[in-house]
Design a binder for this molecule. Sequence first.
Ligand code: ZN
Length: 443
Amino acid sequence: MPEFDEGAVKKEVTGLLSQLIRIDTSNPPGNETAAAEFLRDLLVAEGLQTEIVESAPGRGSLLARVPGKGKRKSLLLMSHLDVVPASAEGWKHPPFAGIVEDGFVWGRGAWDCKGMVAPEVVALLLLLREGFQPQGDLVLALWADEEKGGNMGAGWVVKNRPELVQADFVVNEGGGHALPVDGRNHYTIQVAEKGVFWTRLITRGTPGHASMPHRDNALLKMSTCLSRLGTLKTPIQQSEIVGQYLSKRLASIGQMPAGKLQVDDRFLEELEKTHPRVAAEVNTLVRMSIAPTMIQAGTKENIIPERCQAVVDCRLLPGQTAEDLRRTFADALGSLEEVEIEPIQADEGSISPLDTELYEAIMQTMSELDPGCGFVPYMVSGGTDSRFFRQKGVPAYGFFPLKPDIPLSEQLSIVHGRNERISQENLLLATKFFYELVKKMLG
Ligand SMILES: [Zn+2]
C-alpha cells in the first residue's frame, strides 16, 4: 500500500484539478498549451525533463519520459488536456471555476479528462520525490485535441514525433468506472472501441418551380434514403468481450436474463420499455449503427432543389471495414443506387488483447485497493486516443478507476453535460492506483 500521507495527497490532487479546470481548454479552439505550460512548470520544478509539442500555435501536448534501466517493458500513462465547451446555464457552479464543495470538485473536465490528468501527474510527482528509479521507461503524455478526434494531438505526435511516445504499453481514459453488482464493484477495463465513419450522402434532381411539383426532387430522394438508413436493423454480432460486459451491466440494473445472454431484437425491445438508455447502449455494442445527423438542401421557398446532402454517423464494430459499410449502404438503398456516398472521416475500430502483463497488473493493483472487486472487459462506441497506439500494435487499456459515488444514470449525463464533477475520494483512489501500477510494472 502507498507509503505517502493520504491527507496531503488528497489535498494536492484536488488543488491541481481545480487549477486545471480554471485554465479554459475548450475545444474548439483548444488552447491546450496554457495547461501544458502550467503542468510543465510543476514537473520541471521536481527535476523532470519535459517537452511541449505543438501541432499548431496554442495546440500543445505535454510529454515527459523518466528513463528506465532497460530491464522491464516501458509504460505510457496518458490522458488529454482539452475539454468540450460548456455554457454556465444549468450548472450548480460555473463550469470553469474549479469549485470544491462537499467532497466533490466541480467543473468542465472534472471527469473527462482533467480528473485523470491530475492523479497521473500527482502519482508521477510522488514517485519523483521518493527517488523512484524505474526498471523500464515511464512516459507521460497529456494530449491536445482528443475531443475533436485527436489528429492535432496524439495522432499528430504518433505520426510526426513517434520517438517521443515509444512505449510497450499504454494506459488511457475510456474505462475504469465500476458497476456495482451484489455489493461488489466490477471495474470496466476498456479494451476495444468502435470505428467512426462519418459519411456524406448526395442526391441530385431537376430544379423547377415548386408550384408544379415533379418527382425528380433531390430532397425527396434524400428523405427516402435517410428513413431507410435511420431505421435499418443491421445484423447483431455479439462478441465474447461484449457478452462479458453486458452480463455485469445488465446485472447492475437487475435485468440479467436467466440462462446464457444472447442479445436479439426482441430482448432490446423489452429492455427499451423499462431502461431506454441502457437499451441504446446495449444496441450499439452489438451492431453497426447508422444515425443521420445533418441535412442541407434548397435555396428558396419556391424552388425544387437540384441537390441535397446529408451526413450520417456510422459506428462499426472492431473488425468491420469500409467495405462492410459500403455493402450495408448498397443493401439498404438498393434501388436508389444513384445516391453518391463520400467518406468524411474513416477510422476503423480497435481492440487490444486481454492476456498481457499490463491487463494483469491493472487487475492486481486494483484488487489491492478495493479487495474483492471484479473486472469486465469493455468496448466503447466512440473513439479515444488509444486507437493511435493500438493501430501500431501497442496494447492500450482505458482504466481510470472510479467508485460509483454518483449514480450510473447521472454519470452518463455529466460527461460532456452539466454539473460535471468528481469526488475527492475518487481522485485519491486514482492517484494511488497510478502510483501502485507504476511500481508494479516498472519496479
Ligand atoms: Zn476524454
